[in-house]
Design a binder for this molecule. Structure first.
Ligand SMILES: *[C@@H]1O[C@H](CO)[C@@H](O)[C@H](O)[C@H]1NC(C)=O
Length: 332
């Protein structure tokens, strides 16, 4: 399981007494988790998004297949791309949805690993502080959900980004939804700091593989399409820092798009429960490699030199596979 490295807190206390001024910038450093891998130089994990529906809409069927694939790959951990609890996040730390949609659904032995989760826009419609609360780990120790953070898994470093506050529509045209914006206002300052922290963490990273995780898509041909704010503000940072892939949820589908200006792959794994929206936007450019609007999930297998991504449907069938070799920068 992961260990906290609360370097920033210790540093802060020391710096606060020495130089009051730098306190704030050090405090902003992203929280890091060290996740030692199996020791054979490989890493594997599953990615699922948009799932918490008490098992309905095939959530349980997807979970079952995740258990089987997780066993086969001997996964190190799991990643959730957000929209963890429908429709409106958690109502509090004791919301039974945590048990009904997470604890009692992902029960397979292979899934009893650390889960690293970001928040989706639906999670922001509930009590965000409750979903982020460490007290949920007393109910199920697998649960780690933070806004933005880093998981260092030796050969790979994963950078989790809180994307909801980037999307202007939620602030300016919230329709009949209420969002819990505690701690993220004003969004302009908040998102600027997130990007600043991400940029310096990416620059300092010496990991072989750099993976960025968020809830909203940068590129998508699904229902919501591209997230304009992320294309404008996040993508340039990923391109400048040799990120290998960006993985998200939000659109309830499995999809793979290649960037036209860099080796970055855009992967959507947002098919953890309700799916089948049936709308496919017209693609600008020709990077679309795969699109499936039914339920499923994704696996990632890494060695020092090879990457293998696979998408699975609700029956556990591999519906799309993509491999890449680091030295050659080629795709098969
Ligand atoms: C569950 O999955 C099956 C197989 O893909 C599909 O036919 C069915 O429509 C799905 N059910 C729901 C509620 O999405």
């Amino acid at each position: 399981m992961a260990s906290f490295r609360n370097k920033s807190m210790v540093l802060c206390l020391w710096l606060a007494t020495s130089f009051g001024l730098v306190y704030e910038s050090v405090l902003a450093e992203l929280q890091r988790f060290e996740h030692p891998t199996k020791g054979d130089g490989t890493l594997s994990f599953l990615v699922v998004g948009d799932w918490g529906r008490q098992g309905d809409y095939n959530q349980s069927a997807v979970a079952r297949q995740m258990g089987i694939v997780g066993e086969k790959l001997d996964v190190d951990f799991l990643v959730s791309t957000g929209d963890n609890f429908y429709d409106d996040g958690l109502t509090g730390e004791h919301d039974p949805a945590f048990v009904d949609s997470f604890v009692n659904i992902y029960k397979a032995r292979s899934l009893q690993k650390q889960w690293y989760s970001v928040l989706g826009n639906h999670d922001y419609r509930g009590d965000v502080e409750a979903q982020l609360s460490p007290s949920l780990r007393k109910i199920d120790s697998r649960w780690i959900c933070l806004r933005s953070f880093i998981v260092n898994a030796e050969i790979a470093e994963l950078f989790f980004v809180d994307t909801t506050p980037f999307v202007k529509e939620y602030f300016f045209e919230p329709k009949n939804h209420e969002y819990d914006w505690r701690g993220v206002t004003p969004p302009k300052t908040y998102t600027r700091n997130v990007l600043k922290d991400l940029q310096s963490a990416l620059r300092e990273s010496t990991a072989k593989w750099k993976i960025v995780v968020g809830h909203h898509a940068i590129r998508s041909v699904g229902h919501h399409g591209d997230t304009k704010e992320l294309v404008e503000r996040l993508l340039p940072i990923l391109r400048a820092n040799n990120v290998d892939f960006y993985v998200n949820g939000h659109d309830h589908c499995l999809e793979h798009i290649s960037d036209d200006k860099s080796p970055i792959q855009f992967l959507t794994s947002g098919a953890g429960s309700k799916a089948w929206r049936g709308d496919l936007k017209e693609m600008k450019g020709d990077g679309l490699k795969y699109f499936y609007d039914g339920q499923g999930f994704m696996s990632v297998k890494l060695t020092q030199t090879h990457l293998e991504i696979a998408f699975y449907d609700v029956l556990g069938t591999v519906v799309h596979k993509w491999t890449m070799s680091k030295q050659l920068h080629s795709s098969i």
